[in-house]
Design a protein around this ligand. Structure first.
Ligand code: AMP
Length: 560
């Protein structure tokens, strides 16, 4: 594809032999390549083999079974009212989610998909079943109800999928599963996915599957030492709160340069927009981006005018950014190998790298799998709260005031304090002044919505929750770097690229040598290599940034 992303021999969805209607649907959804489970499962399923797959949520297992199911549909849609495929799932949420996925993939084929689960009025389900459906996605209990009423007919069934079979057994659905499978034609294809493979699953498989292909995602152990030494943490957040959570985590982490991995093109575009709205300089990279744009994006990242790269795996392949400090997985990667590969991009050459993973509560199991395979711990952290953000912003206000006190140009304001002091205590006056300064710095943490805290249930896979909270210490400069104070910030319209431009231009430092940049309202902090600090200070003192002369000096240790 490009010099940055060499074309390799990876399998595409087209290589898997999927029909054009499905290929168009996948491309429309922004899927760029199959996940490992899809690469392995789709070909045997397409030939009609039974399959026993060990894979957790987040691996792309839904598409792995849904696509071969849809391959079976006649072009132009079916006319039989009875379903040809039945997917059994443990919960109502999963029923809705899987049926939406099948609907999206099968839209062009006119696939009629119906979720049926308890708690929903049965009348509507009856009407739709009567009109005819192709794929039913059901919880076992409700499926049995319909079988008993004679409203779900399974004679035309060609495929049965047991999704999250371990969960279904745990929830006491074993008998229901047997009853349902007994009603299906013996020559049907049977697919069983389970996150874990306890003996009960083996028994279920022996009973109902015929000579199945076995697939495991995440069993191969990575050689010790193969996975890089990187500080690894994860945040478990509901989907709806992920953009806000990522924004906060980045605010606290303040990466110099980070790559944020997303699953699809649309996700890349949306997240780039969100992050730019939060004041980051984010650039997108995905399969739909031209070579020319790609080169531009890479140049911006290398010279420090962009700090976040939001990318799909495909687009990021082969890309080497030396100054990368953080790798962010906006979703749990679809396989442990992919996780290892992604985080291998930081922590090189003895530098500290940081890997951050956002996981939805359902994907918690996949995090455990990754920990097991990599034999490394992923620390589950709490998303910074509104109170944390507020504290951080107060800290910035305090630092700004401290700076102002050192500047020694306060005489002009003495009259204000003196006049007020006739009526108020000096402490009170100071408080009011701090409040005004704080508010005028646009520190509007109150606009942030609260993100619900996730407590993992104490399940058999063991939770990583309940970890003692690590205190967030004020950030120290990176080793080998000196932090400089620059007396102009956001309110003067200073953006990171202005500082990079000024330092690179005046002090002949390369953009990539400049470290973390933090812009507060009235000042900025920028890290430069220890050896270059004096030269940068000297050069900037004689220069202007955004047309104004600014104070530049080493940041004092007592600054915050
Ligand atoms: P699942 O493990 O089936 O719950 O899928 C996890 C998520 O990955 C879902 O949001 C899917 O839409 C998404 N997904 C599945 N396959 C792919 C793919 N090949 N490329 C990008 N996203 C995918």
């Amino acid at each position: 594809m490009t010099a940055d992303a060499p074309d390799d021999d990876r399998t595409s969805f087209a290589d898997l032999g999927l029909r054009p209607e499905l290929l168009r649907a996948l491309s429309g959804l922004g899927y760029e390549e199959p996940t490992p489970i899809q690469r392995e499962a789709i070909p045997p399923l397409a030939t009609g083999r039974d399959l026993l797959g060990q894979a957790a949520t987040g691996t792309g297992k839904t598409a792995a079974f849904a696509l071969p199911v849809l391959e079976r549909m006649a072009a132009g849609g079916r006319t039989d009212p009875e379903p040809f495929a039945l997917v059994l799932v443990p919960t109502r949420e999963l029923a809705v989610q899987v049926s939406e996925a099948v609907h999206r993939y099968g839209r062009e084929l006119g696939a009629r998909v119906l979720p049926i689960y308890g708690g929903q009025p049965i009348g509507r389900q009856l009407r739709v079943l009567e009109q005819g459906v192709d794929v039913v996605v059901a919880t076992p209990g409700r499926a049995v109800d319909h079988l008993n009423r004679g409203t779900l007919k399974l004679e035309k069934l060609e495929v049965v999928v047991l999704d999250e079979a371990d969960e279904m057994l745990d929830m006491g659905f074993a008998e229901d599963l047997d009853a349902i499978l007994a009603e299906t034609p013996p020559q049907r294809q049977t697919v069983l996915f389970s996150a874990t493979m306890p003996p009960r699953i083996d028994r279920l498989a022996r009973q109902h599957l015929t000579d199945p292909v076995r697939i495991t995602i995440g069993r191969e152990q990575t050689e010790p030492g193969e996975a890089p030494r990187v500080r690894q943490s994860a945040y478990v957040v509901p989907r709806a709160h992920k953009p806000a959570a990522l924004g906060r985590v980045l605010d606290v982490e303040a990466p110099t340069a980070a790559i944020v991995f997303c699953r699809t093109r649309d996700e890349v575009d949306q997240l780039t927009e969100t992050l730019n709205g939060r004041g980051y300089r984010a650039e997108s990279l995905h399969g739909g981006i031209s070579q020319e744009q790609r080169d531009r994006v890479m140049a911006r990242l290398r010279n420090g005018t962009a700090d976040l790269l939001v990318a799909t795996d495909v687009a990021a392949r082969g890309l080497d950014v030396e100054q990368l400090t953080h790798v962010v997985n906006y979703n749990v990667p679809s396989a442990p190998e992919s996780y290892v590969h992604r985080i291998g991009r930081v922590g090189r050459a003895g530098r500290e790298g940081v890997a951050i993973t956002l996981a939805e509560p359902r994907e918690h199991g996949m995090l455990k799998t990754i920990e097991r395979v990599t034999k490394q711990r992923i620390q589950v952290e709490k998303v910074p709260t509104v109170a944390d953000l507020r504290a951080r912003r107060l800290e910035l206000t305090r630092a700004a005031l401290h700076e102002s006190l050192l500047e020694d140009d306060l005489e002009g304001f003495r009259v204000v304090v003196e006049t007020l002091a006739d009526e108020f205590d000096v402490m009170e006056i100071a408080l009011a002044a701090v409040k005004l300064a704080h508010e005028s710095s646009g520190a509007a943490a109150d606009e942030e919505e609260e993100i619900p805290e996730y407590t993992p249930r104490p399940d058999r896979r063991g939770g990583t929750g309940g970890e003692p909270r690590r205190e967030r210490k004020p950030r120290r400069p990176t080793a080998g770097m000196t932090r400089l104070f620059v007396g102009a910030g956001r309110s003067a319209g200073i953006r990171p690229q202005d500082l990079v431009g000024a330092i690179a231009g005046e002090a002949r430092l390369h953009g990539r040598e400049i470290g973390a940049i933090e812009i507060a309202d009235r000042f900025s902090l920028v890290e430069v290599p220890d050896g270059a600090a004096q030269q940068v200070i000297a050069a900037l003192r004689g220069a202007t940034i955004k047309g104004r002369k600014v104070t530049v000096r080493r940041e004092r240790d007592d600054h915050r």
